[in-house]
Design a binder for this molecule. Structure first.
Ligand code: C5P
Length: 395
């Protein structure tokens, strides 16, 4: 899986940098091309000569070559890479990556990178568990970067705890699974819905809900990163898509969402319905703004079509993943919903779980299929999306 892949390895000033030549060696043995970039302080822990020798490419560190002043083109470096892995990632570099600082070649390359980025923190346990470091890590994950979780054990300080860089062998395995997953949905077309729907009352008012669209957008991105072509039907949200293989159809109401979904459903291999569709809409929309004349105002609502259930009835070969947001007797309701809507899986989140559901950057979900229920920890929505895609691949 790694053979022929171009791996950009960013190395920061952390004692774990002494393992970098070994990591490069393992990647080279697997047949990868490896280009190393050092931060200025990484030189204290590992030499460019060692890295250049094992990688068989000059090791880069400065914006320009000292001899002739020519430019180390960080944009071209970023374009060259299939993945960018920053290992070890120091607390300082994580903070700079999270805030967009750009005062060395590694950071400029990171800002230019459109390829998947992995980072393997390595630092002392108190630095690692400091709220700023944990917040920076979460921010980086919310940008779609993948955390290579540090291990627990002896640290260079003499203390014991969490902060050891993931072992090079484990990182190689992680990259192998990444490349495997990245091709796993090649040639597949998936439909994803996201966001709320707005049901118009009059030209300036609507019935809506608090859905941000983050979960659905993250799923669309994760599917595209696995090789799929994605049609994303989104209700009103200010979120933007990044991956070129995602086509976005922006809609407002449930009826428009239904129409957009029906137009692509026959051609797709599967659908993930993460949208929070309004169950009811005003029977009629007033053509003029409703004046506040009487003490009471009654708006007659009619039921919206259940898009998921309609797709479930129409499905031939498609896999269908629905969402369920429940407040009580959650698992039982999710199991019933899966059967009623003819879905292959339901992603269940409960409003009783802190950090889960609407408007948050994190989610705690349960994956419910005919085989039972698998519960995942509280994770950034991007990470939840990756797990959902792994499940989709195994479906
Ligand atoms: O029945 P309930 O609204 O709880 O089910 C949630 C699931 O059904 C979500 O996947 C949502 O996108 C979908 N749904 C839909 N059309 C509706 C209501 C919900 O597709 N009118």
């Amino acid at each position: 899986m790694i053979r022929g892949k171009r791996i950009l390895l960013g190395i920061c000033g952390s004692i774990a940098a002494y393992k970098a030549p070994h990591f490069v060696r393992l990647l080279k043995k697997e047949g990868a091309e490896v280009q190393c970039i050092l931060t200025p302080d990484a030189h204290l822990f590992v030499t460019p000569t060692s890295l250049a020798t094992v990688s068989q490419l000059p090791c880069l560190s400065e914006f320009t070559h000292s001899e002739d002043g020519t430019w180390n083109n960080h944009v071209a470096l970023a374009e060259w890479a299939d993945v960018f892995i920053i290992a070890p990632a120091s607390a300082n570099t994580l903070a700079k990556m999270a805030t967009g600082r750009c005062d060395n070649l590694l950071l400029a390359t990171y800002l230019s990178a459109k390829c998947p980025v992995f980072f393997a923190p390595a630092m002392d346990l108190d630095m690692y568990r400091h709220p700023t470091t944990l917040t920076n890590i979460q921010t980086l994950q919310s940008f779609g970067n993948t955390l290579l979780e540090p291990g627990t054990g002896f640290l260079a300080s003499g203390l014991e705890g969490k902060g050891r860089m993931m072992e090079p062998e484990e990182m190689v395995e992680g990259l192998k699974s990444h490349f495997e997953l990245a091709q796993s949905l090649n040639g597949k077309h998936w439909l994803v819905t996201a966001g709320p729907t707005y049901e118009n009352i009059d030209p300036v008012r609507f019935i809506g809900n608090y859905s941000s669209g983050k979960m659905g957008f993250a799923i669309a991105e994760a599917l595209a990163h696995s090789g799929a072509t994605v049609t994303l039907v989104s209700g009103p949200t200010s979120l933007q898509i990044h991956h070129p293989n995602i086509q976005i159809l922006r809609v407002t109401s449930a009826l428009q969402m239904l129409e957009a979904c029906l137009s692509v459903f026959p051609h797709v291999h599967g659908v993930v319905k993460a949208a929070a569709v309004a169950d009811y809409r005003p029977e009629t929309m007033a053509t003029e703004k409703i004046k506040k004349s009487s003490e009471e105002l009654t708006i007659q609502l009619v039921k919206n079509p259940d898009i998921l259930a309609i797709l479930g009835q129409q499905k031939t070969h498609q896999k269908i993943i629905g969402f369920a947001l429940e407040t009580n007797n959650e698992l039982e309701h999710a199991k019933q919903k899966r059967l009623k809507k003819n879905a292959d899986a339901i992603v269940l989140n409960s409003l009783n779980d802190e950090g889960a559901g609407f408007q948050t950057d994190t989610n705690r979900v349960h994956w419910v299929t005919e085989n039972g229920c698998e519960s995942w920890p509280l994770l950034p929505k991007e990470e939840v999306a990756k797990l959902i895609v792994q499940k989709i691949v195994s479906l």
